[in-house]
Design a protein around this ligand. Structure first.
Ligand code: SF4
Length: 417
């Protein structure tokens, strides 16, 4: 891994040699855009009032082309000039594109660009904050390259094991959008990690040799940025390991590239049940009819969908914004599962929020939305996840527990001994 370093509060990338033992990008991803058009998205392409059609018009492309996920990947916005053709960039964003070029990947699907507010005065846009590079990323006194010490927790390359019964298998490197707060930014620098056969072979061998592993999380990068056949090939190999009970995917495609989450892909996943998908909406603005259709494709094929948000300043760090997110998730049948406290990853100081603020935001949900809509607030650490929550147990008085109700009243409850 290529570590990042600090110099006088400025972030710099150390010039360590690249690992040259990797084979190139998976051939499936080097092919021309496929002509496959997902049928279920065609009504959105044919409706002139749909978000898809409006976005396609902004990008001057036929809506039927716009719903092709490979076209989206090939037309990721990576440069400031491209972004400036679609949006009025703020000074911090223009400088971000220029000055971060050689530090962290920038790449945004036309679809996700289309969700951004095109013109801003003083306000911020939660979509822009997540995806456009900003010059503030150069100043960060706390962040580190690998805040969860994943490299140290990898018994073989790209297999991260913190708990005995489960592993995260980082098979993917590419993402439809490179989120500015990503805790795996360190992987940007290396090439050839995406669905790399040598890495997959070694990872599968490790999982097969360790019968304690019951749960495999396929992640990356974005685990859905691969052909259906590459994903199915991987599933076949993992499902063939007798002690693996459940398979989970981590993907942000319902948010950043919903056209990838086709009924055809969902039917492939469903052949290898139990399969779960965790996605990653951070604000209600991301929940569009297109995203809802992507989630519906999964859920309608019996694949439970959970949502793992990250608490981010200006994106979801207020009771109103978090409530809007959780309510919108329930409406599309994506269950709010976790809200992660932001990792101290380099270049993200401007997006971090205090734990005290996080507790306030999460407490505000209690009593105002069904418990099913309240995600667990989590601090992830190299030693595992720590649940963070307002303390409702005020003390013990003899045989009584002294509790605080969600309305702030005192409640005594006799405990059983
Ligand atoms: S999609 Fe996930 S892995 Fe990719 S940049 Fe965003 S947070 Fe990181």
């Amino acid at each position: 891994m290529v570590p990042l370093g600090h110099q006088n509060g400025q972030i710099s990338r150390k010039s360590e040699p690249m690992d040259t033992n990797l084979i190139p990008l998976h051939p499936e991803l080097q092919t021309q855009p496929s002509v496959y058009i997902p049928e279920e998205f065609i009504p959105l392409a044919e409706d002139p009032n749909s978000l898809t059609s409006q976005m396609a018009a902004r990008f001057k492309v036929d809506p039927r082309t716009f719903i092709n996920w490979r076209w989206q990947m090939k037309h990721q916005v990576t440069e400031g000039e491209q972004a400036a053709a679609i949006l009025d960039l703020k000074e911090q964003e223009t400088q971000g594109f220029d000055q971060l070029k050689h530090l962290f990947n920038a790449g945004i699907t036309p679809y996700y660009m289309g969700l951004m507010v095109p013109r801003l005065e003083d306000d911020e846009c939660p979509i822009r904050l997540q995806a456009l590079p900003r010059v503030e990323e150069l100043k960060d006194s706390l962040g580190v390259a690998d805040p969860l010490s994943e490299v140290a927790h990898s018994p073989v390359r790209e297999v991260v094991q913190v708990y005995p019964d489960r592993v995260a298998f980082c098979v993917a490197q590419l993402c439809p959008v490179y989120c500015r707060y990503c805790f795996r930014k360190r992987r940007d620098e290396e090439i050839g990690l995406h669905f790399n056969r040598a890495i997959i072979d070694k990872g599968i061998a490790y999982i097969a040799a360790n019968p304690a592993i019951r749960d495999v999380l396929i992640t990356g990068g974005d685990s859905f940025v691969a052909s259906d056949s590459a994903i199915e090939g991987l599933l076949q190999r993992i499902r063939a390991i007798p002690h693996v009970e459940i398979i989970r995917f981590g993907t942000r495609t319902p948010v950043t590239l919903p056209y990838r989450v086709t009924d055809r892909l969902a039917k492939i996943l469903a052949k290898y049940h139990p399969v779960f998908v965790n996605t990653h909406f951070n604000c209600a603005e991301e929940i569009t009819p297109e995203a809802a259709l992507a989630v519906a494709n999964l859920v309608n094929n019996g694949i439970p969908v959970g949502n793992q948000a990250v608490l981010l300043k200006g994106v979801n760090d207020s009771p109103e914004r978090m409530m809007a997110l959780c309510r919108s998730l329930l409406k599309i049948r994506a269950r709010p599962y976790y809200v992660f406290h932001p990792h101290s990853v380099q270049g993200t100081e401007h997006l971090r929020v205090s734990v005290r603020r996080g507790l306030e935001v999460m407490k505000s949900l209690r009593g105002n939305i069904t418990g099913m809509g309240i995600p667990a607030y989590i601090m992830d650490t190299p030693s595992g996840k720590i649940p963070l929550q307002h303390n409702y147990i005020l003390g013990i008085d003899g045989e009584d527990l002294i509790l605080e109700t969600i309305r702030g009243e005192i409640w005594r409850e006799k405990d059983v001994y």
